[in-house]
Write a protein that binds this ligand. Structure first.
Ligand SMILES: NC(=O)N[C@@H](CC(=O)O)C(=O)O
Ligand SMILES: [Zn+2]
Ligand SMILES: [Zn+2]
Length: 436
């Protein structure tokens, strides 16, 4: 199937012992020690770390509808550049991904582009309007095999609808990914509610608006016995609620974004709309809490919430600007900086939080395009090689994304993706996308 065999020489597998890895016919054909790679093209990976291909549970690709901001092809290129071999594409497109037809279209576009697997997320409610449930079963049964459902961008705030959605997805082992934002508590909100929001005169977004929905939904999920996933958790209180839920053995999982691991609300005082995001950047204490939560497993995964926006929606006054920031091609560097270089997580921990666990939550770890699998003989050859000793200054203009709203532009970050392999085929090599 895949013409070329590749011998990766001397990488540290998950940061552990050095060894060779042979990628042939789309799978890991041999692993460990000195591998006989006769006939294979050899890549010198001395000093590099091999991780399983990363899986993002939360990406906005903007196609259909806003192809000026991102397409399935451009977004999955940015994903490959960041070491991802699969992304879950959020449903807030135009038209909304609330039917089998739209999710199949997004899935097919991903297959045609071939840079990373695209697993569409289905909307919970028709048109994200929060009134009627979308055809969840038809999306689950479609060629796109949807397992994650979310109205992300908007909260499913109606408790009856949320309960019905949780009940409905049990039939096919789906999960509801909630954008936890109590709408009445956040009307017109522009940034984290704090002493700083008062000083800047911007409408505040209290932590409790996130925590109240998470607490309610944890109780609903427990009542229904269904899987709940919390999108972009951002406050200390949210971490505490999820910790309690897990202590009770409830089927609740949670994600944190790279930007909530690194950036704080102080950046808002620049009035640079690159820092405007939903949920907002929080306090240094919240950042410490989400790092601890990710380290101890309370927070299951890192998800990028890659949210491309065209310049005209970002280079305007703060109140008018769109919420959201890029994240795919910088995620691993931010996680290295905040979690690995600080001693909070080792590389196996990173593999768990950015590959194994997101694939498990999205139920894409066991089908014929399985992702988030261990680096072992016979497993699909989804592999990323990183150089933890490298560093680079982020230049948003060089991103494969069609948008430029990176909050890290000009920032020096450690690490770097040297190569990404999707079922044995390089999508990135020598730190550059293979199709440029
Ligand atoms: N995160 C954001 O600020 N924006 C997201 C929506 C979302 O994730 O809630 C977007 O679609 O732009
Ligand atoms: Zn959201
Ligand atoms: Zn989002």
């Amino acid at each position: 199937m895949n013409g070329e065999s590749i011998l990766i020489r001397g990488a540290r597998i998950l940061g552990g012992p050095q060894g060779d890895m042979l990628l042939r016919d789309g799978v890991i054909a041999a692993l460990g020690g000195d591998v006989d790679g006769t006939g294979a093209r050899a890549i010198d990976a001395d000093g590099l770390v091999a991780l399983p291909g990363l899986v993002d549970l939360h990406t906005h690709l903007r196609e259909p509808g806003r192809e000026d901001a991102e397409t399935v092809a451009s977004g999955t290129r940015a994903a490959a550049a960041g070491g991802f071999t699969a992304v879950h594409a959020m449903a807030n497109t135009d038209p909304v991904a609330d039917t089998a037809g739209v999710v199949e279209q997004v899935w097919r576009l991903g297959r045609e582009a071939g840079h990373a697997d695209v697993r569409p997320v289905g909307a919970v409610t028709v048109g994200l309007a929060g009134e009627r449930l979308a055809e969840l079963g038809a999306m689950a049964d479609s060629a796109a095999r949807v397992r994650v459902f979310s109205d992300d961008g908007i909260c499913v705030s109606d408790a009856v609808l949320m309960r019905r959605a949780l009940e409905y997805v049990k039939a096919f082992d789906g999960v509801i990914a909630q954008h936890a934002q109590e709408p009445r508590l956040t009307e017109g909100a522009q940034m984290n509610e704090s002493e700083l929001s008062g000083r800047l005169g911007l409408r505040g977004w209290p932590s409790v608006a996130e925590e109240a929905i998470i607490a309610r939904d944890v109780l609903l999920a427990a009542h229904v016995g269904s899987r709940l996933h919390i999108c972009h958790l951002s406050t200390r209180g949210s971490v505490e609620i999820v910790r309690l839920a897990k202590q009770r053995g409830l089927p609740v999982t949670a994600e944190v974004t790279p930007h909530h691991l690194l950036l704080t609300e102080d950046l808002v005082s620049t009035y640079d709309a690159r820092y405007k995001v939903n949920p907002p950047l929080r306090s240094a204490d919240d950042v410490a809490a989400v790092r601890e939560g990710l380290a101890d497993g309370t927070i299951d995964i890192v998800a990028t919430d890659h949210a491309p926006h065209p310049v005209e929606d970002k280079e305007c006054e703060w109140d008018a600007a769109a919420f959201g920031m890029l994240g795919l091609d910088t995620a691993l560097s931010v996680v290295q900086h905040t979690m690995v270089d600080t001693g909070l997580l080792d590389w196996s921990g990173v593999a768990d939080r950015m590959s194994f666990a997101p694939a498990r939550i999205g139920r894409c770890d066991s089908d014929d395009a399985a992702q988030g699998r261990p680096l072992a003989v016979g497993e699909p050859a989804n592999v990323v090689l990183i150089d933890p000793a490298a560093s680079r200054t982020v230049d948003a203009r060089t991103s494969a994304s069609l948008s430029r709203n990176s909050p890290y532009d000009g920032m020096k970050l450690p690490g770097g993706v040297v190569a990404t392999f999707l079922r044995g085929r390089p999508t990135v090599e020598d730190g550059a996308l293979t199709w440029i």
